[in-house]
Design a protein around this ligand. Sequence first.
Ligand code: UD1
Length: 363
Amino acid sequence: MKIVTILGTRPEITKLSPLIPLLDKEFEHILIHTGQHYDYEMDKVFFEELNLRNPDYMLNIGSDTQAKQTAKMMVGVEEVLLKEKPNAMMVFADTNTPLAGCLVAAKLNIPLIHLEAGCRSFNKEMPEEINRIVCDHCSDYLLAPDNNAKNNLLKEGLSENRIKVVGSTAIEASLRNVIISEQKSNILEELDVKKDDFIVVTVHRAENTNNSEVLKSLVEAINKISDKVKVIFPIHPRTKKIIEQNSLSFSHNIKIIGPQSYINMLKLLNNCLFVMSDSGGIQEEAATFNTPCLVLRNETEWTYLTDIGKNILLGTNKEKIISKTEDLLNNKEKIQQIKNINVDLNKEASKKIIEEIKNEFSK
Ligand code: UD1
């Protein structure tokens, strides 16, 4: 069986890292990289740290408007699929990269597998929400991370026999790599911080960065919080650019650093008091390390973590962020209670994914 997988952004590389060697072993596996992310620290460093083999096709698309970026990717993917004629195409999650892959495969009638299917924020202002819905409804096989995601698919009328719950490879990747990260990363020494004496903040989602009111509210809230605790902020290139364009500035108490490598990021997440973030991946990585995650959004796809209080949905209102965060900083017992909440994490998602693909295609 020949299967094509497509990736292109930082989270796709880290989350697919446990799966790629298994796909290589079990199938004739072709890997396409769209080049949606292209800076060394957003792309290549992850291939190096995770010992990942090179993609078979590198499309070098880079940044552009939503439509142009997606369209250019589609042209590149179509050429590869026409040449390779795979038995199946697998797309992952919700960026423009899987959107482009899924539209091309669906129109070429290539059986399509969507991994991380069924996640919903119910906020159509997010480009990712549009991408997910399109990917799910174009796909033949839906591999969902949890039962909440499966229920979202059922509610949209997708048939149950096409849906399988397989868990999340983010958990597997972070558990596997945190051991290496604890040994190899010197980021705590470099930043002069110690376990539990700092917090980590990340912000990059379009609905936060592209709305100047929301962005201002987030920056002001983080500035205020930095009076009380050391803040480490690994900044995404998108956020850096927009902060400069909006003439906003961070307090001197905040350590702004560039995008971090995977092993540095895992070390920061495993050692901080808590993290404040709008990232999808970080919500699960933090839970894996029992680090509380305050979600800087009004909704989340990872409701299995907020439902049980492991993560806290904070929103984007400045006063609410400040008061809730200060409450937590003043209440170390509450932080410990959150750390103690037990989550049943599926640690073998990639094995299950391979099993499900084999089952489906041997029928
Ligand atoms: C994309 C995904 C988002 C994912 C995120 C992870 C979409 C619609 N969004 O957002 O779901 O959570 O990746 O990071 O696909 N840039 C660089 N260097 C890079 C990559 C990006 O400088 O290597 C800058 C460029 O200025 C670009 C901007 O970031 O214009 C946005 O990049 P883009 O790939 O469009 O989206 P992300 O914000 O990274």
